[in-house]
Design a protein around this ligand. Structure first.
Ligand code: CP
Length: 322
């Protein structure tokens, strides 16, 4: 985590700031929380604390799971709604966030279409800032929950072959996935139409191909991504049906995969475009496991950033040497 911040508060802005040790610690904490959550228990690790969900882009999974994570840690979640706020009268993002901070919350969870906005807030505010997705820069908690899901199912990420398929160029999820999965020892290939791959994919330390068929037989995991039309100035593929024909995770392509391979998608899914409905229901699909793991990973992040001393005491009391 970003421990060297000028004001010494901890933030989660980019997965590049996290070491393999930081990531593994969060996974251990999430693994301890997971059975408690499955039994319907709450944990008092954010009791008396309020966190603000500051979302300027639409979200189903991330906003809801942050809110649930806060509630399961017995904290209060405040959902800021930008429509109807004084942003519409011209108040800036920083002023909005500073005014919210003045009301005394213990952290801000931020999603914004501008890459870098959570970092700007981290440099301007004293409370922890958690990036819930900024433009096409990063989505670190999605990267964490994806890697946690793979580790949970396969036991390790070391030397696993992971194919990230689709709109890599516009995907903050792909960037966070690549940083985190590489730190945990996975080997990564990206695949998609030339117009939707970054100009020099090898600079990210990954292999690449324009043909999914060439990567499927060796893959331990395929992460299919949504085509992010909202981040493209103009459509960068001839048509969605052509995309689906050449790059979609179809039934035929899924047949090329190993029996024990995993299929992931961060959501929201455009059924029939980046992944066929039938493949979503394949026993190898762990898409809904990703969604549940989003809660426990976000609980681990929130407890670690917003109440680290009580978390350490809680773990010690339970004899958990994390
Ligand atoms: N994966 C993800 O960020 O989904 P939402 O946009 O629904 O939060």
């Amino acid at each position: 985590m970003d421990q060297a911040h000028p004001k010494n508060q901890k933030n989660l802005i980019s997965s590049q700031d996290m070491s393999a040790t930081d990531i593994k610690r969060l996974f251990q904490i999430a693994r301890i929380f997971s059975p408690e959550v499955k039994q319907g228990k709450t944990l008092p690790l954010l009791r008396g604390k309020t966190l603000v969900n500051l979302f300027f882009e639409s979200s189903t999974r991330t906003r809801t799971s942050f809110e649930l994570a806060i509630r399961k840690l017995e904290g209060s979640a405040l959902n800021f709604v930008s429509i109807g706020s004084s942003l519409q009268k011209g108040e800036t993002l920083i002023d909005t966030a500073k005014n919210l901070e003045a009301m005394g919350p213990h952290g801000l969870i931020v999603r914004h279409s501008s890459a870098g906005s959570p970092l700007i807030l981290a440099n301007s505010l004293k409370i922890p800032i958690i990036n819930a997705g900024d433009g096409f820069h990063e989505h670190p908690t999605q990267g964490l929950l994806d890697a946690y899901t793979i580790q949970e199912k396969l036991g390790t990420l070391e030397k696993k072959r992971i194919v990230i398929l689709g709109d890599i160029a516009h995907s903050r999820v792909a960037r966070s996935n690549i940083h985190i999965l590489k730190k945990l020892g996975a080997s990564i290939a990206v695949c998609g139409p030339p117009s939707l791959l970054p100009p020099h994919p090898e600079a990210l330390g990954v292999d690449f191909s324009f043909r999914p068929e060439s990567l499927m037989p060796d893959a331990d995991v395929v992460i299919a991504l949504r085509v992010q039309l909202e981040r493209q100035n103009r459509m960068q593929i001839p048509s969605l049906s052509e995309y689906s024909r050449f790059w979609g995770l179809s039934r035929e392509r899924a047949r090329l995969l190993k029996k024990e391979a995993l299929l992931l998608h961060p959501g929201p899914v455009n059924r029939g475009i980046e992944i066929d409905s039938e493949v979503m229901e394949d026993p190898r699909s762990v898409i809904l496991d990703q969604v549940f793991n989003g809660i426990v990973i976000r609980m681990a992040v929130l407890a670690e950033l917003c109440n680290p001393f009580e978390l350490a005491q809680w773990l010690e009391k339970r004899g958990q040497n994390v």
